[in-house]
Design a protein around this ligand. Sequence first.
Ligand SMILES: Cc1ncc(COP(=O)(O)O)c(C=O)c1O
Length: 395
Amino acid sequence: MRVPLLDLSEQYRALAEPIREAIDDVLASHRFILGPKGEAFEKAMCAYCKAPHAIGVSSGTDAFLAILTALGIGAGDAVVTTPYTFFATGGCIARVGARPLFVDIDPVTYNIRASAIRECLEKTCRRHSSGELKTKSGEKVRAIVPVHLFGLCCEMEAIQQISRHYQLDVIEDAAQAIGAEYPFGGKTAKAGALGEAGFFSFYPSKNLGAAGDAGMILCRDDQLAKELRILREHGMEPRYYHHAIGGNFRLDEIQAAILAVKLPHLESWAAARRAAADFYGTELARLGLTEKIGLPAGAYRDRGLTNHHIYHQYVIRTPKRDALREHLARREIETAIYYPLGLHEQKCFAYLGYKKGDFPETERAARETLALPIYPEISREAQRYVIAAIAEFFE
Ligand SMILES: Cc1ncc(COP(=O)(O)O)c(C=O)c1O
């Protein structure tokens, strides 16, 4: 049996007709960029995420670039984030001229640790008489960027407390966490709508995937939303008058139309992913394998949430990761490593001055984690095959 990491074919088969109709609509309308499909999708996302503003953009990366620009974060600033994430998180901070200030992760959730953020700010930064918080190298700390990795929210309550204390903005990298919920002060809030601003990626393999690149920004503040809409069109307002240096961050209508067809199915897809994750968890535990491998964290599981985790990825860990991966490949089971190297060790970030050993949990996760096949339509038969192959490896 061959088990792919992700298989989108059934999802497309089920929605082929409405998707083709939506594309035809766009073709017939001759409105290809920033039109009614995009507006309708933005409205639907506001309702789904309970966010005041949703701004469709060209990718998750561009969403983050636009947010940083709109908040005036750039040269001379520093932004706290995790080194255990996709490159775009650190890349965008560096591209606007700011310094990524890395903080290690929690070994169970793989998310940035709030206590480590506090420690970093208390021990390595200094409050100046002007009230500004500065790094050792003199940059002004401006924001915290929690990344809800693999579909599980970071400890947002603690992160918000820290951000309030130091007057920092919170920008959520929710690229992998659309629909994930977080228990906020007795209420439930959704990833992306927990900070000043947040963003999603609709890269095709995401839980809500486009047929190409697309992204979205959520934010609370009316003025910030207005600024972001202007920035996504080269900072232009009115036409051909540029009051800020923005970019071409526009969402195209075909992507918006496809995403709008898919969005109403997202909750049932999340439920199917959760059921698949629970099946992995129960079976791996039943076979006694949880002594050998670590399973994804069940944080917030008992807090009355529907989507305590949206399992964008189902990530296990073992010190024997590479050998296990080879064994699964021999059984035609596809797996992936997210991520083999922390951002602090990436060549392009050498100028930041970090070294191996600076973030031990990130480095251990990079050595030990392995993403198993997961998607809403994965069959129990395929999962049993994966589980049996894992058991065989540890025998
Ligand atoms: C954590 C994280 N941040 C940012 C991005 C960037 O999103 P995009 O690929 O849409 O530019 C991704 C997407 O892969 C991601 O996983």
